[in-house]
Ligand binder design. Structure first.
Ligand code: BTN
Length: 329
């Protein structure tokens, strides 16, 4: 009897389920059931045990583990079918885990979550500090049935879905700094970063969406203090990472099939976007800098910036900061 099988049975019950019944279901002794219940308690599951009635699941651990992910995989199946779900206490980077699963094991869809990352990666080759367990670090591997050209917009869609998932679970509505940094709209500090990678293989494309969410950090290192914030610092309340994960994945699964029809999601993206209407500075990798006002997005989700001469530039890439604010990394 696997721990997650037992969790599944307990979750499916509204009332107590007796040890005798569980031992019948799993064809193991009652003391084996009891031992497994004890192990689940050690993992952080709250399970009531009442004589003559049996066991009842009252609460789940407030951290992600493999059993929790297996249960999430099962519950998500009707909306998002995932071939593989993997939890690691420590990983180099969940984006790297997803890429290895794709390239070495031929996995078509998967979810990779790590309690800590030793080589967390940010956009533009930066490092993402995640060698502690106060955040939610995960990557989703998918092979959407869409032309590679349409996939460029995933980065925006992932930002929107993440805003929606976080809002549903925590009540906190973050704002999007184009393309997909999620900021606390009050302090304008960064709560969540997204690193999307498109891997082109033969005729098809795979997509890796890596999401890093600052959950419970109470103190950031000196170099991040002015630019980073956690959900806990916004609202002094611990969040349930598995619930957040499920809500974000559900929002993504709902949004992704419409990726190629921007009129179905760009208006929602725009209404959550903090960049539009603001003075911005775009720094290109070759050193060029463009200053202007962010006027809107075109149909492909590219940023339209009007410079002082009244000329409008289409910005596809480049580091965009809202002028007058320190730029979150
Ligand atoms: C950024 O804003 O620069 C993007 C940060 C993305 C961080 C996440 S954490 C999970 C996944 N694994 C990584 O190595 N990076 C992404």
């Amino acid at each position: 009897m696997q721990k997650d099988e037992l969790v599944r049975w307990l979750s499916g019950q509204d009332d107590y389920i007796s040890g005798a019944e569980l031992s019948r279901i799993f064809k193991v002794s009652r003391s084996a059931v009891w031992k497994q219940i004890e192990r689940l308690r050690e993992d952080g599951y709250e399970i009531d045990a009442v004589s003559n009635r049996g066991y009842r699941l009252r609460g789940r651990p407030d951290h992600v583990d493999q059993a929790g992910l297996n249960e999430l995989q099962r519950q998500m199946r009707p909306t998002l079918s995932l071939e593989q779900v993997v939890f690691a206490e420590s990983a180099d980077s969940t984006n790297a885990m997803a890429r290895r699963a794709l390239e070495q094991d031929g996995i078509r869809s998967g979810l990779y979550v790590a309690a800590r990352q030793t080589a967390g990666r940010g956009r533009r080759g930066r490092q993402w500090q995640s060698d502690h367990a106060d955040g939610l670090w995960f990557s989703l591997l998918l092979r959407p049935d869409l032309p590679p050209a349409a996939l460029a917009a995933t980065t925006l869609l992932a930002g929107l879905a993440t805003v929606e998932g976080i809002h549903e679970v925590s009540g906190i509505r973050l704002g999007i700094k184009w393309p997909n940094d999620l900021l606390d709209p009050v302090s304008r500090k960064k709560v969540c970063g997204i690193l999307s990678e498109v891997v082109i293989e033969d005729q098809s494309a795979a997509l890796i969406i890596g999401i890093g969410l600052n959950l419970h950090t109470t103190e950031f290192p000196e170099d991040l203090r002015e630019i980073a914030i956690s959900l806990f610092q916004i609202k002094a309340q611990r969040q349930h990472p598995l619930q957040l994960l499920q809500a974000i994945l559900t929002a993504l699964a709902r949004r992704l099939p419409r990726l190629a029809q921007p009129d179905q999601w760009l208006p929602d993206y725009l209404s959550n976007c903090l960049t539009i209407g603001q003075p911005v500075q775009v720094s290109y990798s070759d050193g060029r800098v463009l200053q202007g006002i962010a006027r809107g997005l075109d149909h492909g989700g590219e940023l339209l910036v009007e410079d002082e001469q009244g000329h409008t530039w289409t910005v596809r890439s480049g580091e965009v900061s809202i002028r007058g604010q320190s730029s979150p990394s």
